[in-house]
Design a protein around this ligand. Sequence first.
Ligand code: COA
Ligand code: AMP
Length: 648
Amino acid sequence: MATGPDSADDGSFSPDDYRSLHARSLADPEAFWLEAARAVDWSQQPERALDSAAAPLHRWFPSATLNTSYNALDRHVEAGHGDRTALVYDSAMLGLSRTYTYADLRDEVAVAAGALADLGVGAGDRVLIYLPMIPEAVIAMLATARLGAVHSVVFGGFAPAELAARIRDARPSAVVTASGGLEPGRRVEYLPAVREALALADSALTPVMVKHRDGFDSTGPDGHRAGAHWVDWDEAVGRAVAVPPVEVVATDPLYILYTSGTTGAPKGVVRDNGGHAVALAWSMRSIYGIGPGDVMLTASDVGWVVGHSYIVYGPLLAGATTVLYEGKPVGTPDAGAFGRLIDQHRVNVLFTAPTALRAIRRVDPRGEAIRRHDLSSLRTLFSAGERLDTGTSAWIGDLLGVPVVDNWWQTETGWPICASPRGLGDLPLKAGSPSLPSPGYDVVVLDDGGSPVPAGTEGSIALRLPLPPGALTTLWGSDERYRDSYLSTFEGYYTSGDSGYVDEEGYVFVMGRTDDVINVAGHRLSTGAIEQVIAGHPAVAECAVLGVEDPLKGQRASAYVVLKAGEHPDPAELEADLVRMVRAGIGPVADFRSATVVEALPKTRSGKILRKTMRQIAAGKPYTVPSTIEDASVLDVLKPLLRPAQRG
Ligand code: COA
Ligand code: AMP
């Protein structure tokens, strides 16, 4: 019977096996995770797993030391697998594909680490990485980790103000960027954004390393391609010498990844080195069923957590091949892009977001473009980032002829809270559910008072502490904000921010966020941050931004705006202004398009906007009007605007 992390994947894994595996991980986390830790090469072996001395903040493998980059690269080379393919860079934008063996990638990373060290980066320093989907993104992350430094990758679709907020918080010793990114029909100039962000963050003297891309302007602030604070990637690595991996304590931070919270200020999720490596190694083998020599294509972006875990670290820790795809699921050049990638690179596991699948289906409902390719290498499709609707799941499953495995997690957790452990066996899947809690995750659904609810009843999904290895250890620079944001609502639990229910067999169903976080095309955004930008318009008195249902992107941000007395702008012009402002203030990724002028917003007598009630109405969910409402007639006027389909 399979009961531990090392159980054989002989296909005989049963629901009872799962239950005993999960129960063991909760009853004896020490033994479970020390056993799982054997998949990692440590400089100093862990003597214990869990350190709860600072509970409710927990740490994993406190006495151990390692280097994550060494685990991702060097150890495979030293074990004689240097010739295996580590990374395939496939750019649909440039029409090229380039392969790096483990030895190639190790060498490039070691020299890039040398170049960062020449800029003054050392252990514990932060490196901000703002790069498109090019190999240098992977190399820069691993080079930072090699130095024992801490990377913070920022998604390219964010505007300078968002970049500046992250620079201000992380205070990086260096920025790594490229001169440009390629979006269909649009070239994205990165350097003006970087310059503006550094100026906004009062960090103009921070060294910047720039990967020049053909066709883009790589001129630095002093008018040269390279200058005092502005160095060219190729020149810098040309001058640098390879450096060895730096041993760090398992609890030292590996990276900060900023994510949207309910306020405008992004939260810097901190991931450690040891717990992260252990959890990802476990997930690669037991959830994704990936081992040495397998090929994984995660069609996301290195700027998101899915990219961190399953484009970069997971596949490389496992000794597998990762495909870094610069392109879209549709339009680059057609809706067969994923089919081509599977065929050309013999992909075994594809991981993407439901929006990408819906985009393919919309353009090519019969999947003809994908069908043209040889898909025989594919074993499983994994989907995460947003709720996977059953129609899309069934459609893509039929088309690809493989199981479609939904998995639920967050930037904060770093790896699936819930998934079907496909690497251990084929447990039954249920439509609409990301299956079962992963080891170490004690998933409990709570009512508003913090009491567990019976099976089948919806409530707040909470995770009993401690969280397993790999989950966030704190928020950058503020244990207090971590406690306030996640640990204070229900004592002894981490609040996920999602609502849902667990059925009689323990399968979890995730229904949506309980807060002001929205998910647009699998991209997590804060409505509060969008509101802040809109409130900056001179004609706007106040506003509320909600996520409304969208057939392609899952959700879309929609603003309801009250004008200042005496302001009468043309509604279409106002909307266009606000769209421009959100694009400039948050970034194109917000994909903000709709603003409706309203007479008033529903509020409590103390002046708090009833966003939750508005959200419930917009989602067509049952709602109760709070007794504290100032003027209930405002809601009656607003209702048809919030649910236009029900108008009249
Ligand atoms: N750099 C700069 N701009 C970017 C960008 C990047 N890395 N990524 C996206 N953008 C821009 C797009 O060009 C687009 O700009 P536009 O308004 O000028 O057209 C805007 O941000 C919105 O992008 P997106 O929401 O991605 O829409 P899209 O129309 O470009 O593509 C999909 C639609 C479905 C193909 C795309 O959303 C997708 O692949 N989604 C999958 C989601 C995903 O990977 N999630 C990660 C978590 S798993
Ligand atoms: P992010 O931190 O960007 O990964 O976004 C995390 C949020 O995305 C979660 O809190 C959920 O709201 C949503 N999400 C991610 N995966 C799923 C899934 N499989 N099903 C439903 N919602 C999901």
